[in-house]
Design a protein around this ligand. Structure first.
Ligand SMILES: [Zn+2]
Ligand SMILES: [Zn+2]
Length: 557
């Protein structure tokens, strides 16, 4: 019986590739090649730089019968649009309509759509249904011939079948909007067809970039002054290599070639590329990015392809299981399984989907339910992985510390971490400090604090992922129109359906779901009908430990 449990769990934990998004940018080279003679077409007029104006033709989304899917897609696009409007200034905005001359763009026929007014960039959204891991793709088409040859038309493809299969929650909303941001980035600046048309700058050859702002950023980031160029991704298929940052060098940047579990970030290199195009300026260049620690100040050695020195904490060896670099969960070293990540030459910790701390769906996962109920492990936007074996006093499950997820928050100075554990707050004030549950609690075991400064620098996620009502950058929410609040949780017309605006405090409730229902009471209380009741008899001893089984996985691999 017990071996049966181990096998099913092992199968389950065998890595879900479902959330991996690979890019598919076939036909990127459809943009016509301009000869030097075309230069005289460049307009000499005067322009007033202004925030980029996107227009979207979302007819195919409007026609979807599934209302949830429709709302999810429309809001993701709105959020991505806001992201770029807040970020990009167009140097030469359109003063007249975009006249659509490229009638065939990415299999979409624009013959019945001659022009678009009040726009710097028009995007047609194409919906398709495909049973694969490709979530989206993008292609820029027509360039702005009369102005500065920047792209002004694109088609974005969204795989409705795949997106529909995702649970409808804040976490997945954030992922979809980040994917739309990724695709739009290909259309406005990030593709081989565009690099060679950047204004007046030669900086693209042999699958590497040497544009001035890119060089400045990478030299500073890696601490490698001698760097003369930065390579693009060289692994993967046609749609992936040559138009993304290399996985080995910028692991979790949003513009690498696939979406990983954990927090994908918009690092400063993306703003550098936008500037290098010459078509745009960036509003608030220094602040509009997420910190990225991958390769930070590791020196030139870090950038030697294939060196993969496991002395760098970014990389792992086959035995490693826990993500001690970004503190986002339990995983396996990518070298343990073939083709886990085709873009990685250097092995890194690849998270198990049900062991990723930030995904709230993992609380309901049937294999995690015991962790959630008995061990006070909580998966959610503010949770991170800690070395711990805190457990109920009447169990013998965890003799040694393993990795468990708890909600936490660093102080402003990044010198302390407050960790929520049941009704208690445990505070890390020193690196490696060992914390214990309070004596009066029903818990025993310990938690070992991480290196606090390092840990706190990596916590860039927004609480509740901005409630699916905005985007998160550098730990702050920016809300779409009509929504306010630190977490974009309140609608401006005081719509009482917004959870945190009306949240009813349920006595002795520890964790609420997105709708404001109690999903977990404090220990020694029992949840029934959205209320917490005193538990009279404390539960009998647990019969087996899921955690020990998780740890045993290394043997199975
Ligand atoms: Zn893509
Ligand atoms: Zn891409």
């Amino acid at each position: 019986m017990k071996s049966f449990v181990i096998i099913t769990l092992a199968l389950y934990l065998s890595l879900s590739l479902a959330l991996v998004h690979e890019c598919d940018h076939k036909g990127d080279e459809e943009i016509d090649v301009y000869t030097p003679e075309d230069i005289h077409l460049l307009s000499e007029g005067t322009f007033t730089p202004a925030p980029i104006r996107f227009t979207f033709d979302d007819n195919e989304i409007q026609n979807l019968s599934d209302q949830n899917l429709k709302n999810l897609l429309l809001k993701s696009i709105k959020t991505a649009q806001l992201f770029y409007e807040d970020l990009i200034i167009v140097k030469k905005p359109h003063q007249s309509d975009i006249v659509i001359t490229d009638k065939q763009c990415n299999y979409h026929d624009f013959s019945h759509y001659p022009q678009q007014s009040n726009s710097d960039f028009h995007v047609y959204i194409q919906i398709y249904q495909l049973s694969s891991n490709t979530i989206a793709s993008a292609q820029a088409c027509q360039l702005n011939e009369g102005l500065d040859f920047r792209p002004e038309l694109a088609v974005i493809n969204l795989n409705a079948q795949y997106i529909k299969s995702l649970e409808d929650n804040y976490y997945n909303f954030q992922m979809i909007s980040k994917i739309v941001i990724h695709e739009l980035f290909h259309a406005i600046a990030n593709s081989p067809g565009l690099y060679s048309r950047y204004n007046n700058i030669q900086g693209y050859s042999n699958n590497a970039l040497k544009f001035p702002n890119i060089l400045k950023w990478v030299r500073d980031h890696y601490g490698c002054e001698d760097l003369s160029e930065f390579p693009l991704e060289s692994n993967g298929g046609q749609g992936s290599k040559g138009s993304h940052w290399p996985r080995d060098f910028l692991n979790n940047d949003i513009n690498t070639a696939s979406f990983l579990l954990g927090n994908m970030v918009w690092s400063g290199i993306n703003n550098a590329l936008i500037l290098d195009s010459g078509w745009y300026d960036i509003k608030d260049y220094e602040n509009k990015n997420d910190p990225i620690n991958w390769g930070l100040k590791r020196g030139c050695d870090f950038l030697i392809t294939g060196k993969c020195n496991s002395q760098f904490p970014e990389f792992c060896t086959n035995q490693d299981q826990t993500d001690t670099f970004i503190y986002s969960g339990i995983g396996t070293c990518s070298s343990n399984k073939k083709d886990l990540d085709v873009f990685a030459t250097c092995p890194y910790i690849f998270l198990y989907s049900n062991m990723e701390c930030q995904n709230p769906s993992n609380n309901n996962n049937k294999y995690n339910a015991q962790l959630f109920q008995d061990f006070n492990v909580v998966f959610g936007s503010t949770s991170s992985a800690f070395q711990s074996n805190m457990q109920p006093k009447n169990t013998q499950d965890l003799s040694k510390e393993t990795v468990l997820c708890y909600p936490n928050k660093c102080n402003e100075e990044k010198t302390k971490i407050n960790i929520s554990f049941d009704r208690y707050t445990l505070t890390c004030e020193q690196d490696g400090q060992v914390l214990y549950p309070p004596k009066e609690s029903n818990f025993k075991g310990s938690l070992t604090c991480p290196i606090i400064k390092d840990f706190c620098q990596k916590q860039v996620q927004c609480e509740d992922f901005c409630s699916s009502n905005g985007y998160c950058i550098d730990g702050k929410c920016h809300c779409i129109e009509g929504v306010t609040g630190d977490k974009c949780e309140c609608s401006e017309n005081k719509d009482l359906n917004q959870p945190s605006c009306k949240r009813v405090q349920i006595q002795n409730c520890n964790i609420y779901d997105e709708k404001g229902n109690c999903i977990k009471c404090f220990s020694s209380y029992k949840l029934k009908d959205n209320q917490c009741f005193v538990l009279n008899v404390f539960k009998s001893k647990l019969t087996f430990s899921l955690l020990l089984i998780v740890i045993m996985l290394s043997l199975i691999f």
